[in-house]
Design a protein around this ligand. Sequence first.
Ligand SMILES: Cc1cc2nc3c(=O)[nH]c(=O)nc-3n(C[C@H](O)[C@H](O)[C@H](O)COP(=O)(O)OP(=O)(O)OC[C@H]3O[C@@H](n4cnc5c(N)ncnc54)[C@H](O)[C@@H]3O)c2cc1C
Length: 480
Amino acid sequence: MGKVTGFLEFEREDRGYEPAAERIKHYREFVLPLPDDELRQQAARCMDCGVPYCHGTHRITGAPTGCPVNNQIPDWNDLIYRGQWDEAARNLHSTNNFPEVTGRVCPAPCEASCTLNIDENPVTIKTIECAIADRAIAQGLQPEKAAHKTGKRVAVVGSGPAGLACAQQLARAGHEVHVYERWAKAGGLMRYGIPDFKMEKVHIDRRVAQMEAEGVTFHYNAHVGVTVPAEKLVKEYDAVALTGGSEKGRDLAVPGRDLKGIHFAMDFLPQQNRRISGEAQGDVSPILATGKKVVVIGGGDTGSDCIGTSIRQGAVSVVNLEVMPQPPDRENKDLTWPNWPLKLRSSSSHEEGASRDFAVVTTKFSGENGQVKKLHCARADAKFQPTPGTEFTIDADLVLLAMGFVHPVHEGMLKSLDLKFDQRGNVSADTNAYQTSLPKVFAAGDMRRGQSLVVWAIREGRQCAHAIDKSLMGSTTLPR
Ligand SMILES: Cc1cc2nc3c(=O)[nH]c(=O)nc-3n(C[C@H](O)[C@H](O)[C@H](O)COP(=O)(O)OP(=O)(O)OC[C@H]3O[C@@H](n4cnc5c(N)ncnc54)[C@H](O)[C@@H]3O)c2cc1C
């Protein structure tokens, strides 16, 4: 522990944002890093409390709290306080393959479970994590090549955070790793879902280059189950890891759904990310919010990203609807801490000019000449059904459905392998062996867990690599 009295001496300070009026003119990241001396003070606030809930998994009950990848947060806070940046980076990378990503987009369950959060003043863990990672990367990411090759070959299907973490760990264990990705570039939802203003794609490109230098081979435009037979991979490789994400979007089956101007968020967001990177769009019509009244249905991360993107594209107005009731502004710490609390969260995109409404059910869309013009809504009752007498309408030219994902796409790869699904339609595999119903075939990330977070995908990818290495070699030194 750096400074025993740090938490008493220093107030919490965090990264600021470029003003909304400026940042909506571009798609670049707009978070302003803290200078080194302030980071040092912030790290000094860490109390190294006896039970560091931030570090993950409750030591007594085993319940998950804090960081899903078990980042050793008190240790690197101490190292930053002492100015030992290189050792902090080594420590951070020992638990997290992509801390520059989580340092940008993680909702930071670690901060929710920080002991100082009992007083609403958690250590700025995410900011410190991001600074450690960015500084290490600025000095040049070095490949960590395996000392010995095992002669085993592993295919990883999907290059989201789960697939990348799994592939990197397996390559470092000495296996020959091939990543099959149906899109033109690696990154999964980190590249095609999350907008550049939250995370620029250079962060993924650097990691891909590092992984290539570590021996990972990437096969792009390779749609397993469509252009590459899944059975071929199972036959030709010693193990196959399925990390294809949870891509089946939740639809809104109400009258008028087939009107023009109503789209899934994941038809809209990737177009903008591809526009920025200059990647070909393929055979799709452009979906743009420019000059339109936009309604985003769904109050999570995806909805928030649709808001920020619509505002940058020049929407006339953006309304965000959520079916759940408005959560409280503050949680009751006695009931929730150190767990992740239900409370009202406002993203930087919300602050850029969207209006929000809660407990709203959309019962119908209506339009003119085949184009959507109005949403017909009502207040949601306790069962999320429309309450009679509360009906109202909202004007809209563009409606973006951001209501989450139900499960992975079953058609193609999963059906051709005839894999078992769990009750929710995700690929069935436990978190010990990560093994599916087929020998040699493993699953991790959103494809196994259901829609989740980048940090959980990294955890699952790492744990799946551990399980694969153990099954191939009989034992493993890869961390879980
Ligand atoms: C718009 C949006 C914003 C988000 N924002 C955040 C955020 O701010 N913070 C956060 O923590 N989480 C966020 N998430 C969630 C997070 O991105 C996901 O939980 C995470 O990316 C899941 O990782 P994954 O590797 O399991 O799957 P994915 O990232 O979905 O990657 C799966 C990959 O597999 C490929 N694939 C699928 N099937 C095949 C096949 N048959 N053959 C070849 N390739 C295939 C896909 O093309 C894709 O590249 C967001 C999600 C969305 C949609």
